[in-house]
Design a protein around this ligand. Structure first.
Ligand code: C2E
Ligand code: MG
Ligand code: MG
Ligand code: MG
Length: 271
């Protein structure tokens, strides 16, 4: 009995593995079609001043307008795209559309950010390609900002720093995304030419709920670090007015989150 039950389980397991492999192949095939049909598009979420809600910029966030499943968020397809080697192609398609839409959306004194996966920094000419794409799309590079995560900086620090340095010379500033969730060492943060850090929403969420002492301490430390290094700060994931006020009291000036606006198509924000 035990043996046949074991065999039965093994067969089921094998089936599900095969099914998983088929699913991945199916999704990969779908992703290639989606690229050809330009189904990846940017949604835009505003970055604002915490006191008056004035928009200082927009973050472009990729969405897949799937023909039958609706609008899909990156968590539902970027991991497969990465495994299939399609991430870069999807990103370039998305960056191009973001720059085109951004040219009409992003006003004087505002900026647009693009999320750049660590993989792009394996291309020593990433900066050249990005600048060419922005210009071709009619988007002024000086209004462009890139968001990178700490894992990017851990890659090949000299190569990454060189690319960031050349982008900065072209007036494309860099922001460190999800700050506080990674290595977060003062030593290497100051090694890279960064303009801004974005405090991860995991530290913002608990603010003001009575259990927030630890998060408050971390946010205060990040704000102090940013100030001493001359970096701008944006707090991510602000959903309540209590969080907004807690951040303001700690001296945080800029933020982003559902309280101010969800990611939406460009047409939603254009007046
Ligand atoms: P991220 O860059 O940290 O973007 C912030 C994420 O938090 C977005 O999720 C946004 O919709 C969500 N968010 C914003 N405000 C709030 C809030 O108040 N509450 C909550 N709960 N969530 C909030 P999204 O759009 O699903 O993107 C997830 C991640 O996918 C991004 O995290 C970024 O790492 C990645 N990503 C997005 N667009 C691109 C892209 O074009 N290329 C690449 N390589 N990665 C992208
Ligand atoms: Mg981001
Ligand atoms: Mg983030
Ligand atoms: Mg995040």
């Amino acid at each position: 009995r035990a043996k046949s039950a074991g065999r039965q389980r093994f067969v089921l397991f094998d089936d599900s593995l095969q099914q998983q492999a088929l699913d991945v192949l199916g999704v990969e095939h779908e992703l290639r079609n989606a690229l050809a049909r330009h189904e990846f598009e940017p949604y835009f979420q505003p970055l604002v001043g915490l006191d008056d809600g004035a928009v200082i910029g927009y973050e472009a966030l990729v969405r897949w307008r799937h023909p039958t499943r609706g609008v899909l968020a990156p968590g539902e397809f970027l991991p497969v795209a990465e495994d299939s080697g399609l991430l870069e192609a999807i990103d370039w398609s998305m960056y191009r559309m973001a720059c085109r839409a951004g040219a009409a959306l992003v006003g004087e004194g505002q900026f647009m950010t693009l999320n750049i996966s660590p993989r792009h920094f394996q291309d020593p000419e990433f900066d050249v390609h990005l600048l060419a794409l922005a210009r071709e799309a009619g988007f002024e590079p000086a209004r462009l900002r890139i968001e990178v995560t700490e894992s990017t900086l851990l890659g090949d620090p000299d190569a990454v720093a060189a690319i960031l340095e050349r982008l900065r010379e072209a007036h494309v500033d860099a922001a460190l995304d999800d700050f506080g969730t990674g290595y977060s060492s003062l030593g290497y943060v100051q090694r890279f030419p960064l303009k801004m850090i974005k405090i991860d929403r995991s530290f913002v969420a608990p603010l003001g709920d009575g259990m927030s002492q630890r998060s408050s301490a971390i946010v205060a430390a990040i704000l102090a670090l940013a100030q001493s290094l001359g970096l701008d700060v944006v707090a991510e994931g602000i959903e309540t007015d209590v969080q907004r006020r807690a951040l303001q009291q700690m001296g945080c000036v800029h933020g982003q989150g559902f309280l101010f606006g969800r990611p939406e198509p460009a047409s939603h924000w254009r007046h």
